[in-house]
Structure formats: structure tokens, C-alpha cells
Design a protein around this ligand. Structure first.
Ligand code: S3P
Length: 171
């Protein structure tokens, strides 16, 4: 199978970038993040793109960025939390080793509630989180070969759980 060794999906703040970087280190490969690709190409933050262009515009950029990264990258790839909203992205992901990093609402609010860089949770984070997850939980689960809970786990423990779930050996 070509493409990334591991693709991480899951909601914002769950630790995809932190865990992804650790996984890449342990697998002696490189880490890539579709949000970072968009920021680099656009020369502005994602929160600015949301405000200046609106969410649909961002989702288009995201769809293209994910497609490119899946085709080009052979290391560990993290996708933005909303990437799985797009049906064509979900179809592409069926060909890949996707892991859903999950967390409960308490953990989510603790990790993202006060983060102004996360436009989708700016107001009433607890309620917004619940609504977001009601719309997305099934989609994350649908694309994933494995679900790894991050609650009460350190990033190192989560990385280990991902390796175990995919039966990947360290290089
Ligand atoms: C989003 C998640 C963010 C970013 C944007 C929208 C979402 O990525 O793409 O703010 O819809 O869940 P992270 O999951 O990397 O925070």
C-alpha cells in the first residue's frame, strides 16, 4: 500500500500534531499536517481564512490539501478536524491506515476551550463541542481502522497505543 504510514483524524485539540510528531520520530519518518500545508500555501492563519473567506472556502482548500498530502506523503499525516466532512475525502481515506484519536467532552473543553485560534469553539465550547461531535463521531469512526482514546493518556502513551493498534513496528 502506498501513501502515508499512518493518517491521524479526530477533533481539534485531541493531539494529532503532538502524537503525529512522536509517531514519526518512533517510525523514523517525517510528519506532515494538512492544516500546516494550508497555512504555508496561503501565508495566513486558518482563523484568518475562516474570517476573511468563510468556512466553505476553507473546506475547498482543505479538500485539495488533503488529496495532495495523501498522494505525496509516505510518513505520518495529521488531518484537520473537519477534513472528514467531505465525502470525497472519506472515500479516499478508505485506502489508508487511518486512526481516529478520540476524547471525551471534559478533556476537550480543558484542551481547547480557551483557545482563540480554534474558531469553531470560540463561544460556549462545551455545547459547541457536543454539537460538533454529534455531527462527526460517525464520520471519524467510518474512516478509521482503529480508534484510540486519548483521555488520561500522555502523548507518548497515545503514540504507543496507535502503534499497537496498527501493529506497526518501530524501525
Ligand atoms: C477544524 C479543525 C482545525 C482547523 C480548522 C477547522 C474543524 O484543525 O482545520 O480550525 O473543523 O474541526 P485541528 O483539528 O488541527 O485543530
Amino acid at each position: 500500500m502506498s501513501g502515508p504510514l499512518v493518517v491521524l483524524v479526530g477533533p481539534m485539540g485531541v493531539g494529532k500534531s503532538t502524537v503525529g510528531a512522536l509517531l514519526a520520530e518512533r517510525l523514523h519518518t517525517s510528519f506532515r499536517d494538512s492544516d500546516a500545508d494550508i497555512v504555508a500555501a496561503q501565508g495566513r492563519e486558518i482563523s484568518e481564512i475562516f474570517v476573511e473567506e468563510g468556512e466553505p472556502y476553507f473546506r475547498e482548500l482543505e479538500r485539495a490539501a488533503v488529496r495532495t498530502a495523501l498522494a505525496e506523503h509516505d510518513g505520518v499525516l495529521a488531518l484537520g478536524g473537519g477534513a472528514i466532512l467531505d465525502a470525497s475525502t472519506r472515500a479516499l481515506l478508505t485506502e489508508h491506515r487511518v486512526v481516529y484519536l478520540a476524547m471525551g467532552v471534559d478533556e476537550a473543553v480543558k484542551r481547547t476551550g480557551l483557545n482563540v485560534a480554534r474558531p469553531l469553539l470560540a463561544v460556549n465550547p462545551r455545547r459547541q463541542w457536543r454539537e460538533l461531535m454529534e455531527a462527526r463521531r460517525e464520520l471519524y469512526t467510518e474512516v478509521a481502522r482503529a480508534v484510540v482514546s486519548t483521555d488520561d493518556r500522555t502523548p507518548e502513551e497515545v503514540a504507543q497505543a496507535v502503534l499497537d493498534a496498527l501493529e506497526l513496528k518501530e524501525a
